[in-house]
Design a protein around this ligand. Sequence first.
Ligand code: MOS
Length: 716
Amino acid sequence: MEDIQLKNDETATSLNRVDGRLKVTGAAKYSAEYKFPGLTYAVLVPATITSGTITGMDTKAAERAPGVLAVITHLNAQPVPGYQPDPSKPQRKGLKLFFDNQVFFNGQPIALVVADSFERATFAASLIKATYQQQPFETNFNKNINKGVTPNGGKYTDYVRGETDAYKNAPIKVEQEYTLPTEVHNPMELHVTTATWDAPDKVTVYTKTQGVKNSQKAIAEAFKLDINNVQINSRFVGGAFGSALRTWPHEIATVQAAKMVNRPVRLMFTREQQFTLVGYRPHTIQKIGLGATPDGKLVGMTHESHSQTAVYEEFTEGSVNVSRFLYASPNANTRYKVVPLNAGVPAPMRGPGEATGSFALESALDELSYALNIDPIELRLRNYADTDMERNLPWSSKYLKECYQLGAQHIGWDKRPSKPASLRDGEWLVGYGIGCGAFGAYRSRALAKAKLMPDGSLNIQSAASDIGPGTGTAMVIIASDILGIPADKITFDLGDSSYPQAPTQGGSATVSTVGSAVHDVCIALKQKLNTLAGKPEDDTAPVAYDNILKQHNLPYVEVTKESQGADENKKYSMYSFSSHFAQVLVHPVTGVVKVKKIVAVVDAGKIVSMKTARSQMIGGAVGGIGMALTEEMIFDHRYGRYVNNNFADYHVPVNADIPQMEAIFIDKPDPYVNPLGTKGIGEISLIGVAAAVANAVYNATGKRVRDLPITPDKLI
Ligand code: MOS
């Protein structure tokens, strides 16, 4: 094991968030805060049935209500050109609002009221009456498991390495089922879209999105517009967690409404709508079979998952994939099926798939450690994967052993009782747990434009997003490191579709992707300046930027550079790795679980921005604690309606639930993913946390809870 120079929050010295002041003073403008002359307000009307067709709509009272400009339904909506079936193409999947009379889930919008104030639109919406032809519906996941289908498509098809279900013949085995309920992204900022048509073929949209270029493309396609005639702005985003990765039907509907009323229209969700209309982590049942020799060598792993999708659109995620490569078992196989239900379509939610899968896998591994009487860390070491056995490739870099070691030190693993329910702190039972994870270190294509001014200030633009991780801060650090320009003289602009191409912020790939473009454009700028200064292009000596511009009488120097995705991923398997450690207290009488301490140790390559990386780790761990202990959507299957789509009844961890947390970074550059050496943090911060907590609860109590969340009733 290499000697790791410890770098954690205590030793972190790095730039404060470049937009921190704007955010905390309220000066940062979010999509709902832009004002327009003649702005109007839209309110959605939900279906009150769960499946069927609309047979009639009485909108007269709403139309006559004060301040109402339009009531839009499938009966009068101005057609969205892109919604019309094109016989030459496969039918466009997904929900189309106000397109036909179909209802697929309860709460599906069936009308949109536009009025001159939000209150008037809300009142008018309450006056609309619909009649329906109801059809049978299914919201009960457990009852419909047998309807699971294997999705078409490479990584979701069944996987086998060696022998199928080899665990069954092993001397020691664990075979268990793990359940995850539906969980919902709940960013502070609600989903909101404001649309204003500048000309009959030109529209500007302010929307909450993780990708302005993606929104631009989706809206241009929907309205058959020249892509350059669609301007998307999303400079600040108050969290999203995957809920704004795609362009949703309500965003298209807002643009459509603005066209119909010929005024700017704003549609902002209620918190209740946030729970039902922009995706969620799907309800999942996973079966894990692990077989091992008595000395703890895995001989077979089987991971099977059923997860919820929508009747009108298929959603898939890689929940079983982690079992294909994380441990060195000669035999491994996975199966994945989706079960269509009458609910809105799921969406990726932080650590999508892998967070779900690692809860099951890491719980099962913990069970195996007790069956073998081997320490859980030791068991992981005995099955350490030195190469990626799924792809039969070497890792680009992997420091997971170092993660185990540092995490064990920092959580105080030596105090962990090997016998469950045997350590107390006063009345409380004490337990320790570990949960690990991996997430692909992705990199794709991006462009950045750099503009150096004679005063030595530098501006960089790229159509990237910042849903909270601090994209601008990381980009300023990268540019400052390369060019030697102080951070306070550098600005990074994002969230505007007129900037050079950047991908949607997702899959923990922004620093790797946009950061590489910023890296490359800064190198190109430096070369250009060297040439202007009469020096060799790759001269590394500092450049007196301001002088060069003045000497050449240049108003500025501008460079745009494209950076391609990693080709190296054909030769190396690229992942970030994490090991999360939890110490919990469980009250034996009330079943209350208190998370006492979390230590997250991550191999995410080089860390560019230590402070924002630490924030990411802590935020992800909070999500993991919610997954472990509190979060759960509940249907009333009689009506096919959620009963807890609000913050009173759907519980997320609050400050009082959150313990002392430590984030530790291995901080060793990856040699292959990108020129920066980074691998990505956003998802890995959550993947493995729920298992760490669940395993600590078992260690404290001797009670194995396999269906999340671990509420007190399950422990008494
Ligand atoms: Mo994330 S679930 O890639 O927004």
